[in-house]
Design a protein around this ligand. Structure first.
Ligand code: SAM
Length: 282
């Protein structure tokens, strides 16, 4: 049996059997590997780091998209930075948004995901409301004059092309692109292994946003089984509305999510006092 080993952290590695290799290539920006695993189905790896698997990507994509969109409640324009696999786009387009702009640095990630893992985007790239731009997210934010209700940073980790997406300057520029009541969500890695990254994201967002709140989602293929996300907006309470409000907003989305519910939304922000870095604590 051939094994893929993800060795992101010192003294810890996780392995997945590569039951068949579907694709392996180096694009202009990163190494792309797609393989099949008997448990997780198709697996997308960028620069040696697992990005998604067929079996559990819905948890990641639903929690990064529906939490800010449901908290906002009336988003018309949404920006996704990264997210070339199309999973976040698919979830965003389940809402009655007018436009979802996706800015991905590596067009080959989009092409390869559409070709080899089409179930992740499930036709989202063909939706007339989807506006796809191939460019660096930092350059887009600096140059664009568009404004948004929700911005989702669905990037790789703070290394390689993803690194500039974690800077205070980038978060400040995102803040300026948001309309009143706007919200941002940042993919913030595996909290057990990357507590400093999570602290960093919380601290840097706090320089531009009055309300900053981390939340968690269980994603089995991320090291430690947990994904940290950080949401930010004008107030902490706005990010986690009462269940009654979320249930009213759930409407058309009900029955179209596999993991997200209003109760899961509320619970995701409830963090044990002893867990992880201090920024995770209420
Ligand atoms: N689920 C993911 C994970 O595990 O972190 C993230 C998924 S998505 C595939 C991440 C995408 O961000 C990649 O396709 C990568 O090319 C893109 N990306 C990285 N840096 C970027 C930048 N500066 N601007 C726009 N997109 C970027």
């Amino acid at each position: 049996m051939t094994w893929f080993q993800e060795g992101l952290y010192e003294h810890h590695a996780q392995m997945l059997s590569m039951d068949s290799v579907i694709y392996h290539w180096r694009t202009e920006f990163q190494d792309v590997l797609i393989f099949e695993n008997a448990v997780f189905g198709k697996v997308l790896v960028l620069d040696g780091v697992v990005q998604l698997t067929e079996r559990d990507n819905h948890i990641y994509h639903e929690m990064i998209a529906h939490v800010p969109l449901m908290a906002h409640g009336r988003a018309r324009d949404v920006l996704i930075v990264g997210g070339g696999d199309g999973g976040t786009l698919k979830e965003v387009l389940k809402h009655p948004v007018e436009r979802a702009t996706l800015v991905e640095i590596d067009g080959e990630v989009i092409d390869l995901s559409r070709l080899y893992i089409p179930e992740v985007s499930d036709g989202a790239f063909d939706d007339p409301r989807a506006d796809v731009l191939i460019m660096d997210g930092t350059r887009y934010i600096e140059q664009s004059r568009e404004s948004f209700d929700v911005i989702v940073i669905d990037s790789t980790d703070p290394m390689g092309p993803g690194e500039p997406l974690f800077t205070p300057a980038f978060y400040g520029a995102c803040r300026r692109r948001l309309r009143p009541g706007g919200m941002i969500v940042v993919q913030s890695g595996a909290p057990f292994f990357q507590p400093k990254e999570l602290e960093m994201v919380c601290g840097r967002l706090a320089a531009s946003f009055a309300g900053v709140r981390p939340y968690l989602a269980p994603v089995p293929t991320y090291a430690g089984g947990m994904l940290a996300l950080v949401a930010a907006g004008e107030s902490r309470d706005a990010l986690r509305p009462p269940c009654k409000v979320l249930r009213e907003r759930f409407g058309e989305l009900q029955g179209r999510t596999r993991y997200y519910t209003p109760e899961v939304h509320r619970a995701a922000f409830t963090l044990a006092p002893s867990f992880g870095p201090s920024c995770l604590r209420e």
